[in-house]
Design a protein around this ligand. Structure first.
Ligand code: ASP
Length: 342
């Protein structure tokens, strides 16, 4: 680690910095001072730590694309000055935010490490201290003058995961996040062991760019046995809707009912885009493997392969926001842009 390393901590909110409201008894986020007072170890890092606190700090259920833009702009503002960034964020929507940031930041050559906690930092058994300290260490890690992990990641419990591969899968365990289709980029034990074969390193050097426009005219349609035509019809006919993430069964399968396929065809005929992702936590869509997905493929549904719903949704919002033509958007949805699909 070089001596002059400097890290910016961006505190957006979340359980890590929450305390019980004296009136309601509910957990509410408070300021960064509260966090740093609980972790005096931060002073022992031999480099510069600065922080920016969102005003107001929020529970991540209140995150919106505007929050992603704020995080991205904060990173861009400090990009020249800092060697790495740690984003403190609630766990509930962290996988969406980390996915969004991975698509927003082009030319990223520095670590952006999201972390948080399942138990507030003021609680004796908190997981927040270890998460914060190791996230800072990873954000600061350099080798031959270059960052070890120049990616948007989530560090939680003892694993560093690519942000756009993560899902929050436990509301209870400290090990709250999983990356079912990609091994961890690093594991922290006595040492932090980096999996350099998986970490993405920039091949061309270009300045950091931010894509900050999101088009939220998208929806998730999750299938279940017995789903009513009226439900499917009303979602697909939402005014202005441009795209849906179709959460299917297994390897991308859906009912073979005539009405179902004709609802999808009508949506696509009017310019709508349908991206097929699996409801399974691990594995990939493989349209055509079963007859129950061949109809989708023939109708023009795009395979999301092994992308998570979180990454699919944020990718679609960003592509729609970019103003590029629909056929190009379909092509980009079918291929990985920054390691979000195998
Ligand atoms: N509700 C909290 C949030 O997402 C949960 C957490 O941080 O773990 O902000």
């Amino acid at each position: 680690m070089k001596e002059s390393t400097s890290i910016l901590i961006i505190y957006t909110g979340g359980t890590i910095g929450m305390v019980n409201d004296p009136v309601t008894g509910s957990l509410v986020p408070i300021n960064f001072r509260h966090i740093s007072d609980q972790v005096p170890e931060l002073r022992r890092f031999g480099f510069t730590l600065e922080s920016v606190t969102f005003d107001p700090v929020i529970d991540s259920s209140d995150v919106s694309p505007a929050t992603w833009v704020r995080i991205a702009e904060t990173i861009a503002d400090g990009y020249k000055h800092f060697d790495g960034f740690v984003v403190l964020h609630g766990t509930d929507t962290m996988a969406y935010s980390a996915s969004a940031l991975s698509f927003m930041l082009s030319g990223l050559e520095k670590p952006v490490i999201f972390t948080g906690a399942q138990l507030p930092i003021g609680v004796l058994r908190t997981d927040g201290k270890e998460n914060l300290i190791t996230a800072i260490e990873i954000a600061a890690a350099h080798e031959n003058g270059l960052p070890v992990v120049p990616e948007v990641c989530i560090y939680f419990e003892n694993r560093l995961l690519r942000g756009n591969r993560t899902i929050k899968y436990s509301a209870e365990h400290f090990n709250a996040f999983a990356s079912p289709n990609l091994p961890p980029l690093a594991e922290a034990g006595l040492q932090i062991r980096y999996n350099r074969n998986i970490i993405r390193y920039p091949t061309v050097r270009r300045p950091l760019g931010i894509t900050g426009k999101f088009d939220t005219r998208v929806a998730i349609l999750s299938l279940f046995p017995g789903i009513m035509r009226e439900t499917v019809h009303s979602i697909l006919n939402t005014a202005g809707l441009r795209g849906i993430i179709l959460e299917t069964y297994g390897t991308g399968n859906a009912p073979t009912l005539d009405w179902f396929l004709s609802e999808l065809r009508a949506f696509m005929k009017n310019g709508g885009i349908v991206l097929n992702v699996t409801q399974c936590l691990a594995g990939s869509v493989e349209m055509g493997l079963y007859e129950t997905s061949a109809g989708l493929r023939n109708a023009g549904v795009i395979s999301g392969r092994d992308i998570t719903t979180e990454a699919a949704l944020t990718k679609m919002m960003i592509l729609f926001g970019s103003g590029i033509p629909a056929d190009k958007i379909s092509a980009l949805l079918a291929q990985p842009l920054c390691g979000e699909m195998s």
